[in-house]
Ligand binder design. Structure first.
Ligand code: RB5
Length: 145
């Protein structure tokens, strides 16, 4: 499975940790930056990762900033991107089960590496339930038009 990841300076350390974690588990990772803790603007990286997902270059995206809020707001401006801020694994479970999110967003300044690993594991291994949830995600798609 191919995954695109990106962060700003506040998510950089967690991004590095998660990139290495995913690579160690055999995932192919496209790292869209940033590449240091030098201050940068999160919408740049949200756009890159969201476009990788929407164009189907990758199956899922993972974004990190300080709180996860800016990345979520920015990524969700790209049509076809469904970015969900998940601070712990249960949120990731329902982001996939109920919301069919295709981008996981995490908070570099609020989450430790172990909870982030578990959140990633759950997000990447959980399927969309469909059914009544699909009716709702289709209603979201209508809002895009
Ligand atoms: C950067 O200081 C911070 O604002 C950013 O990482 C993010 O938390 C924005 O939502």
């Amino acid at each position: 499975m191919k995954i695109a990841i990106g962060s700003d300076h506040a998510g950089f350390e967690l991004k590095e940790h998660i990139r290495k974690y995913l690579e160690s588990k055999g995932f192919e990772v496209i790292d869209e930056g940033t590449n240091s803790t030098k201050s940068v603007d999160y919408p740049v990286f949200a756009k890159k990762v969201a476009e990788d997902v929407v164009s189907e270059k990758v199956q899922y995206g993972i974004l990190m900033c300080g709180t996860g809020l800016g990345m979520s707001i920015a990524a969700n401006k790209i049509k076809g991107a469904y970015a969900a801020l998940c601070l712990y694994p249960t949120m990731a479970k329902y982001a996939r089960h109920h919301n069919n999110a295709n981008i996981l967003v995490m908070a570099g300044r609020l989450m430790g590496p172990m909870i982030a690993e578990e959140t990633v594991d759950v997000f990447l291994s959980t399927d969309f339930e469909g059914g009544r949830h699909e009716r709702r995600t289709n209603e979201i798609k209508e809002l895009e038009n």
